[in-house]
Ligand binder design. Sequence first.
Ligand code: GAL
Length: 367
Amino acid sequence: MKKLCLHIGRLLLGGLLTACASTQTPAPQTVQQYRIKNEAGTIIDVTNYGATIMSIITADRNGEFADIVLGYTDPSRYKSDPYNPNMGATIGRFGNRIAYGKFSIGDTSYNLAVNNGSHHLHGGRLGFDKVIWDVHAIEKNALTFSYLSKDGEEGYPGNISVSVTYTLTEANELIIEYVATTDQTTPLNLTNHTYFNLKGEGEGTILDHELMINATTMTPVNEILIPTGEIVPVAETPFDFTRPKKIGQDIYLKNEQLEYGYGYDHNFVLTKDSHEEHLTLAATVYEPSSGRYLEVHTEEPGLQFYTANFLRGEITGKSGKPYLYRGGFCLETQHFPDSPNQPTFPNTLLQPGEEYRSTTIYTFSVR
Ligand code: GAL
C-alpha cells in the first residue's frame, strides 16, 4: 500500500503527532482527532466520528486566537453526550426534517427512522453524524473522510458511497467538498452543522453578530417545523437579512414563524446570480468586538439559519463555560427541508450513474 508522509497533525492522547498517512487507510474503528492548519496560524480539528468539525481557531483583529465553534475537547464526547445537538457534524443522508419519515419514489413508499417527534431529522437515529468514517489524508492542509451507507440504513434505499473533504487554504478558506454515488435512487442532502460564535465558543450569545443572508425569499414552516411548501418574500419581516443586521434585532418581535422556531430555524432560498460560477455568496457575519468576519459561499440552493434555540446550558463547552440558549448560530448550506415530499422544491433524488458533488466555503477574516 502506497504511503505518503504528510504534514497533518494527528492528536493522540493529548499529544500532537505527525501522521504518516496512507492513501488507502482502513477505517480506524476508534474515535480519533485530526488537525489541519495553515501558515496564518488557523487551526481546524476534526474527528472521524461523524466527520465532525471540533474546533476552528482563528485570529481576531488584534491577532489574538480563539476557538470560534461550539464542541467538546474530547472527541469521544460527541458520541457519549446525550445532549449533543449535532455540533460540527456532517449531516446525512438528509439534512433537516422529512415529515413523518415518509416519502415515495414512483410507486414505492419508504418509512424512515423517526427521531424528532413523529419526524425524521438529520438522517435519523444513526445518521452520518453518528458513525465512524474512514479517513484518507490527501495533502498538507486537507483531509478526506469517506463512508459507505448501506441499503436500508435508517430506511433509505441504496448503497451510498460518500466522501467529505476539508481543505484549509492559505487564504483562510475552509473548503468543504461532498461527493457521493448510489446504486439505487435515494434522497441525499448533505450539510455541516457547525455552531459558530465569532467572539469565541462559550462567550455568551450571538445576538450582537451582524448577519447578511443573500436571500429575498424563504420557506415558512408549520408549528412542527415542517415546510408548508410556500416560498414567501422576506421583505418587511424579521427574516429580511438582505442588508447586514444584528441577529438579535428582530428575534423578539411577535411573529408566528419565530414562535414556531423559538427563534430563527428556517431555510432561506439563496439568490443565485446566473453570471456567477457555481458558488455564490450565501451569507456574511461580522462580530464587532473581535472584528471577526465570516463569509459563506455555496453551490446549494438553500441555507438553514438556526440560532441554537434548543441549547439550554446543559453542555459545558471546551473552555468550561455552558453553551447557552442562542450561544451559537448555524449556517447550514443545503437543499430545502422535506424536499422529497415537496414537488415544487429543487430535486434531492440522486440516481444511479449520477455523481453528487457540492462545495461550501467558509472564509475567515477580520475587519
Ligand atoms: C437544526 C434544525 C433544528 C434543530 C437543530 C438541532 O438544523 O433546523 O430544528 O433540530 O438542527 O440539531
